[in-house]
Design a protein around this ligand. Sequence first.
Ligand code: ADP
Length: 418
Amino acid sequence: MQEQQAQLEEVNSQMEEQQVQLRQSESELKLQNKKLEDSNRYKSEFLANMSHELRTPLNSVILLSSMLNENKKGNLNEDDVKKAKIINSSGNELLRLINDVLDLSKIEAGKMELMIDTFNSSQFIENIKDLFEASVLVKELKLIVEDRYNNYIVNDEDKLSQVLRNFISNSLKFTHEGFIKIIIDSYEDNKVKISVQDTGIGIPNEKLNSIFNAFEQVDGSTSRKYGGTGLGLSITKEIVSLMGGELSLESKENEGSTFSIIIPNKSESNSIKDIPKVETEKVNDDYIKPLDGVDLNDKKILVVDDDMRNIFTLVEILEDKGAEVITASNGKESIQRLEEHKDTNLVLMDIMMPVMDGFEAIEHIRDDETTKDIPIIAVTAKAMNQDKERCLSLGANDFLTKPLNLETFSRVVNAWIK
Ligand code: ADP
């Protein structure tokens, strides 16, 4: 009996010791995990910052080369113009690459968020078709669109568009004759299936999975025939999963490929009356000053947007009318810019931005004695009615939605510029 007791105590103390060890290794594991998470986050943040830093100088490379390419002064010869064009298209390619890297790092850092919109499937697919019409013509291919769904979709329109643009540009790249067909159809339980089918070179069986990994291409050799980075599909895969969707691929070498996604239509019901009203374009009828008369000479305008492409466009338009344009890529930067340029005559403020969004920036600008009277026009992608009201109540003078209509844009700028 005493012996048993002693054995039991022995076992007990062994177990206690094991428990202590277990707790120790658990806390070590936690520490390691945290370290890993931290280093992942640092890496992603580094990439995100780096991409941003790279985009800024690239902004001027692209913009200036495009101005040289226009040769407005007529002082460049044909060869110079050709060189400017090459610089411009290389710059754009680099920008796409940087955007891809930024997207990937955003996804890795868990910073890519969905912006849920309500949009019409037919309109959506027509817009995408328009983007590719010219390239399809050049390659003498057919681009066929079949919208069997023809209804409203509630999900992230921009991200869905990014996914399809990736599929279609791949199809364009790898198809030399035949067609590219986009089909939208309903799929069980309020889901939407979208396929992009092509009659291109196809993908060998053993590569069907690996091409979804970053930097993987069927032909990754240095002598490869097709350009590209191998990032598109890996981003696509992540975006589709963020959207709550699934991705599939069927392909046969020398016959063609079909990339399909199934995404949830996040609407409660598909009836149109339940769909929140989307503000597509605000046209302010009271503006009477004619567009041609817009003269922005001696005017300083601050353009705030985190998307360089939007900045380019606005800078182009505004400089063309004589304005001096300064830019900022988030709300925080916009406040710094205004501190340096108190004589700014107008601010064009994007709303969804990293670091500090437009709402917060508008509030800051209005709270500051030295900047409170500078007119602000909020410019944002697909905005819900409440966004517009929020902007105006925070002190924005007006509100415009993207894509901008040049005429409306010019009128609104003209109406508010000090
Ligand atoms: P990239 O096109 O920049 O190389 P992606 O990640 O978009 O990067 O595609 C990875 C690879 O998958 C491509 O390099 C190509 O080998 C293959 N691929 C993608 N789409 C198609 C397609 N429609 N037909 C044939 N091959 C394709």
